[in-house]
Design a protein around this ligand. Sequence first.
Ligand code: AVJ
Ligand code: FE
Length: 403
Amino acid sequence: MSQPLRSSDIVEQDVETYRRVRARLPLLAAGLSAEDLTAQAMPEASPGKWHLGHVSWFFETMILGRRPDYVAVDERLNRLFNSYYEGLGERVDRAERGLMTRPSLDQVMAYRDEIDRRMEARLAEGLGDGLERYLFELGLHHEQQHQELFLMDMLNLMARSPLDPAAYEAEPRAGAVQGRRGGWGSFEGGLTEIGAGDEGFAFDNERPAHRVWLEPYSLAADLSTNADWIEFIDDDGYRRPEFWLSDGWARVKAEGWAAPLYWRQEAAGWSVMTLAGRRPVDPAAPVRHVSFYEADAFARWSGRRLPTEGEWEHAARSDPAAFSNLSGEVWQWTGSAYAPYPGFCPTEGTAAEYNGKFMANQMVLRGGAFATPEGHARPSYRNFYYPHQRWMFAGVRLAADGA
Ligand code: AVJ
Ligand code: FE
């Protein structure tokens, strides 16, 4: 009997992909000190060291631990590096990850190396088809999500320091920001399909593909800019409740929001904290670090609205050339609540907790950011955050009714 594909080729490809994806996080951590990687900026953010450990733990739990005779590298690490899986037992409170002075950074890196050795040995035996292969790919995409989370969290940490430290010499980014196209993409709407098909990797929350009805609409060719945002600020956007949802206005007052996160008023104008230190706000650059509430208020002030996720995906699929920076700059808030698609089926087993249990009270973002690893995002990708959160690389692409 002849095999359809040489299994040695598949193994070689798996090992190569695994090594390529796993190489990035240590690279992002390389120039940072053990102190930088240990502190936790806020409960929602994690220490860099935790990210390095957690993604390794994910492979250990989801792939290696599937064998009933598997012996863990160190069972105690489960409590530290289990993020939110109720099915996997007790864990350290998220807000206390910054207390993890032990294991040391060296020990976490050694844990990483040991997981790599075991994973490569496991891959050499050949993965089973179906669920096992899906979980391997999930582990890789999970690692990539944490590469971006690592950068978000590191920026939040650096932004706490009066020294305005640059985490990196230049902002680490996957590609160059694209120039303005101008105008709007117009769509007749009708019955259209969104969601990921059966081909290729997608998270469970992107499936199944299904039909949605769209009324005629337009989507801005470009992302809203810092200059647009300064107009909103100068027109008292943060002081006029008529633009705001009630919950958003409560946040404005409670937290004293007067500009995007990381902005500061200087004698010479606005500055913003970035991964490359504090910089003057570039008026032409897409705005970053705004919450859903701010994006929504800004859209109302503009006389526009946020797109639905169906509108965003249909536009991105049917006429990508009409738009700049669909991905690769900032995630774009949609007006769609993060809810299951009709027929949603969580991944089997422990990974069922990956996405599905978060489907309440969050909003969907589409696209991808400068910090999103190359090849990670897709037109069907559904990112999600709570409407008040703004430490993500998130911005705005406006929409309007009518084609
Ligand atoms: C989709 C970015 C909201 O940060 O919890 C990481 C990604 N899922 N580990 C998150 C994720 C599991 C997720 N977000
Ligand atoms: Fe995770």
